[in-house]
Design a protein around this ligand. Structure first.
Ligand SMILES: NC(=O)c1ccc[n+]([C@@H]2O[C@H](COP(=O)([O-])OP(=O)(O)OC[C@H]3O[C@@H](n4cnc5c(N)ncnc54)[C@H](O)[C@@H]3O)[C@@H](O)[C@H]2O)c1
Length: 334
């Protein structure tokens, strides 16, 4: 489907679900961006879920978002159970504003929902020549190291930095071996998942996606990944007033109340300590890229580089949506 037609459709659907035009636009842009960076698990495949949550009154389509100023650098946002895209948009814009003014902007957000891709928000700061950390927690998927029950979300860690070129450094990674969206898609399409990414509910390794969803996902790098997931739960949940310790509700399966997800955005000016950041980052990347490569590798990429290439190519194409999502769109647009 042509991107402009798809965008209009999404805006109309969200407006029919009582979002304002500006909030509907924020959501449409975020969903289309996910498709363009080849992350369909965070794109249109979630549109029905967001609408279902609005219909069941666990996402507030007309939030009264409050921004409490704690200092020139620090703000606390109560998103009033808004859709996550809107809460995150308010939060990152505020963090950018504070960082420009004081050198650092720290914004904690509570009462939010699933906000999609962390990198999308980090990119907004990097485009303004700022460094950004973005954290969000998510519903239980990973068992803490040594536990048989999942509690941490796939809690992505995201770091973005200007590179002195048009392509930003964006490290944006879940702390699970693969992200949960990929397992959901495999479960829906009856495909197997790779070995070593999940255990079934009895604690046995499984390649069956449905069993994996009932069981636990494995963190990256064993207890280290479990530690990262815990860190993100502290930063985005404990610190902000959001849900934490396994209380974030699954957006697809649990309509018993709002998710109250927490996010934390930390934005920094790159010239806080040195005046020649641009020159230093250029040299840093150049030295790494010049290293001798292992067999089969043509180029050493920095995080964000391949995504940026895919985005540029996809921007010129129509967005291909699977049949089930086209059906969802048709029903929601009726
Ligand atoms: N909102 C949520 O609750 C939530 C939860 C989990 C994940 N997510 C999002 O899902 C998205 C996907 O996460 P993921 O873990 O599947 O990411 P991924 O495995 O696709 O990529 C992880 C990182 O590795 C980098 N990378 C990939 N190939 C590379 C290469 N050849 N050389 C160097 N770096 C390379 C990417 O740029 C990226 O920064 C992220 O945007 C994340 O924010 C969101």
């Amino acid at each position: 489907m042509k991107q402009n037609i798809l965008k209009k459709k999404i805006i109309k659907i969200f407006k029919n679900h009582k979002l304002s035009t500006s909030h509907a636009l924020i959501c449409a842009n975020a969903l289309i961006n996910a498709e363009l960076v080849d992350a369909p698990t965070h794109g249109l495949s979630r549109l029905k879920m967001y609408c279902d949550r609005i219909n069941k009154k666990v996402i507030n389509p007309k939030p009264k978002i409050k921004i409490k100023k704690i200092s020139q650098s620090i703000c606390h946002v109560d998103a009033n159970n808004s859709i996550g895209f809107v809460a995150a948009d308010v939060g990152i814009k505020q963090a950018i504003k504070n960082a420009k003014k004081t050198g650092i902007g720290v914004v904690g957000i509570k009462n939010s929902g699933h906000y999609g891709l962390s990198g999308y928000y980090a990119e907004q700061a990097v485009r303004k020549n700022l460094i950004a950390f973005c954290f969000t927690n998510a519903p239980p998927a990973i068992a803490p190291h040594g536990a048989r029950k999942s509690l941490f979300g796939t809690n992505p860690i995201c770091f973005g930095a200007p590179t002195s070129s048009k392509v930003p450094f964006i490290l944006d990674t879940s702390v699970s071996v693969i992200n949960r969206g990929k397992i959901r898609v495999a479960a829906r399409t009856g495909k197997k998942i790779p070995k070593g990414v999940a255990l079934d509910k009895l604690g046995k390794p499984t390649t069956d996606a449905k069993k994996a969803l009932e069981g636990v996902q494995l963190p990256i790098a064993g207890f280290r990944g479990s530690g990262f997931a815990w860190m993100v739960d502290i930063l985005s949940g404990v610190l902000t007033g959001g849900n934490h310790a396994g209380r974030v509700k699954d957006p697809f399966d649990d309509f018993s109340g709002p998710q109250n997800i927490g996010h934390l955005f930390i934005v920094i000016k790159p010239n806080l300590f040195v005046g020649n950041y641009n020159q230093r980052i250029k040299e840093n990347i150049k030295r790494i890229k010049r290293l001798p490569k292992i067999k089969g590798v043509k180029e050493i990429l920095y995080p964000g580089q391949s995504k940026s290439r895919r985005y540029k190519i996809n921007l010129k194409k129509v967005i291909n949506l699977p049949k089930n999502i086209l059906e969802d769109l048709k029903k929601l647009d009726a």
